[in-house]
Design a protein around this ligand. Structure first.
Ligand code: CTP
Ligand code: MG
Length: 224
């Protein structure tokens, strides 16, 4: 396959607080991982799912239920460690997409926009949304200046890359990758451009219990 999609699902889900790794928590009767994988069914890509060590067999069963042929590997302590594990299993695909399982409702056309930009020659592509909240700087001493939100963008996934470029970015970052929650940032650190494409509100990351409630009602609406 020309394209590999790495679905990172090895986080612990501390903020969601369900007592299971987040991708294995259920929303509207199926795990977050299953919802996320259902969104990949129509794409012509190989899929690598990265899960907490010990949950590989469960993840394979979930992928099968979602109708996706996936290889499953164990992740690491930080998100970037999990991406690196996925990259090691991604074979020789020309393009790699890195996607958060936690963005379980990401519409298929968001994947298509990222892929289209790669096919047009971009080396790194990130779906973004404008920031709607008023944002202030702050520290322990209190609130600071308002940040001009028109100059800000929220990052989503899937982030798409020329595979060789992403591998180079991870090699160059070395141990410093550990603190990165944004793969495109590592590419940018090489001095390479990152192309923004339109994100989608439905690609929000299920992080808190309130996010899970929102995702559940959207899924129930969809099923009704
Ligand atoms: N992730 C991962 N490996 C890690 C940490 C995160 O594969 N060591 C994945 C998560 O499974 C998720 C995505 O990266 O799909 C975004 O991470 P986040 O939303 O922070 O998920 P968790 O780390 O699971 O949640 P929390 O930070 O609340 O524990
Ligand atoms: Mg996390």
């Amino acid at each position: 396959n020309d394209t590999a999609i790495i679905v990172v699902a090895a986080g612990s889900g501390t903020r969601l607080g369900r007592g299971v790794p987040k991708a294995f928590a259920e929303l509207a009767g199926a795990t977050i991982l299953e919802h996320a994988l259902r969104g990949l069914v129509a794409l012509d890509a190989s899929v690598v799912v990265v899960v907490p060590a010990g949950l590989e067999a469960d993840a394979s069963a979930i992928a099968e239920r979602a109708g996706v042929v996936a290889s499953v590997v164990a992740g690491g302590a930080e998100r970037a460690d999990s991406v690196a594990a996925g990259l090691a299993a991604a074979g020789d695909a020309r393009w790699v997409l890195v996607h958060d399982a936690a963005r379980a409702l990401t519409p298929a056309d968001q994947f298509e926009r990222v892929l289209a930009a790669l096919h047009e020659g971009a080396g790194a592509v990130v779906p973004v949304l404008p920031v709607v909240d008023t944002i202030r700087q702050a520290d322990d001493a209190g609130l600071g200046a308002i940040v001009d939100r028109s100059a800000l963008r929220a990052m989503q996934t899937p982030q798409g890359f020329d595979a060789a470029l992403l591998r180079r970015a991870y090699e160059a970052a070395g141990d410093a990758r550990g603190r990165s929650t944004d793969d495109a940032q590592l590419v940018q650190a090489l001095g390479e451009p990152v192309l923004p494409v339109a994100g989608d509100e439905l690609a929000f990351k299920v992080t808190t219990a309130a996010d899970a409630e929102r995702a559940t009602s959207l899924l129930e609406e969809e099923a009704a």
